[in-house]
Design a protein around this ligand. Structure first.
Ligand code: RUB
Length: 319
């Protein structure tokens, strides 16, 4: 697939969800490098950085996309710089770094499912929001262990990712109930645990996830139900160590996603922010592949995984 089609698939949300976007982006880089017809390494390097930039701009909120590209840069292009390598060796190292990210990401999901399933008691009712492969992996693992979880899943308007969630759970034979977004507090009385995914986690331990997540966290807090986030380490933002407020852009999408014909509402401003920020104080724990942490541990985790920020401008191509 060419890069512009890949970018379009991410923008149109044919490929969506922070983990899937990250794996899809690096698979696009791998295919670009493998299919490149150029015989000049410097030229290919510049082209690959341009591919990084186009992919990085396709959706602004999830840091997973940027971190997946950063991983490939640090494990290939940065290490190759100044070394004399043949074109084939250069291509192989970049493609291997892409494959390595994909396998690490899949292994992280399995590990999070295992660690997270320990938080699920027998017969638990779990509430979730949007369509997070991480949250679903935990629930399905608990189900496979015979813990018989039941799930309340929100529709997640306006894009209805909840429909994907209920179908996925029903297919895995997990009992699931679809509810409207405004019913989260009503059903919280019957819920033992809230599990959601993450688009970005900041150094302060704040969560940026699908719009409505903060309402779910407030409802859980009010009802005394633990609110837990399932997130691979590449969902944590190294930029947030230095940028005030975490440097996270909340994506706004078209008004047509809210009402099919905005012109039928003359004089009405229709806005569609698709993510929101849940403060650390509402989050009980974050399940990562390197362990279950408190939100106050986010800064340490970021420093351990990403260093203190020296690679933050890797997309500029500066060394
Ligand atoms: C998806 C969303 C998901 C996170 C985590 O939003 O908010 O909760 O991306 O997903 P969108 P995962 O549908 O707008 O991409 O756990 O699958 O990475």
């Amino acid at each position: 697939m060419d890069v512009s089609s890949a970018v379009e698939k991410i923008k149109s949300m044919e490929v969506r969800g922070a983990g899937k976007i990250a794996r899809f982006a690096v698979a696009t880089v791998r295919d670009y490098v493998n299919n490149s017809g150029t015989d000049d390494i410097k030229e290919l390097q510049q082209e690959v950085l341009e591919v990084f930039r186009q992919l990085n701009e396709s959706r602004p909120t999830a840091v997973s996309l940027r971190n997946s590209l950063r991983y490939v840069y640090n494990h290939s292009i940065k290490q190759l710089s100044g070394k004399s390598k043949s074109l084939d060796e250069w291509k192989k190292q970049v493609a291997d770094a892409c494959e390595s990210f994909i396998s690490k990401s899949e292994a992280a999901k399995e590990q999070i499912a295992k660690l997270g399933s320990d938080l699920v008691g027998d017969g638990f009712s779990i509430q979730t929001h949007c369509n997070s492969q991480m949250a679903l992996a935990v629930i399905i693992e608990a189900h496979n262990q015979g813990k018989s979880p039941k799930v309340y899943a929100t529709e997640s308007r306006p894009w209805y990712q909840g429909h994907l969630t209920v179908r996925q759970l029903a297919e895995a034979k997990v009992p699931v109930t679809l509810i409207v977004d405004s019913a989260v507090r009503h059903f919280m009385e019957q819920v033992d645990l809230v599990l959601v995914g993450a688009d970005t986690i900041s150094a302060e331990g704040d969560l940026i996830n699908k719009i409505g997540t903060v309402q779910l966290a407030l409802a859980a807090g009010d009802a005394g139900v633990p609110f837990v986030v399932c997130a691979e380490t590449y969902k944590f933002s190294p930029e947030s160590l230095t940028e005030n407020g975490g440097g996270v852009i909340i994506e706004e999408r078209a008004a047509e996603e809210v009402v099919p014909d905005p012109s039928a509402f003359p004089g009405v401003d229709i806005v569609n922010p698709v993510f929101d920020r849940t403060p650390a104080k509402l989050i009980k724990e974050i399940i990562t592949e390197v362990g279950i942490i408190k939100p106050s541990g986010a800064k340490d985790l970021i420093e351990k995984e990403f260093g203190s920020g020296e690679d933050l401008d890797f997309l500029s191509g500066k060394e």
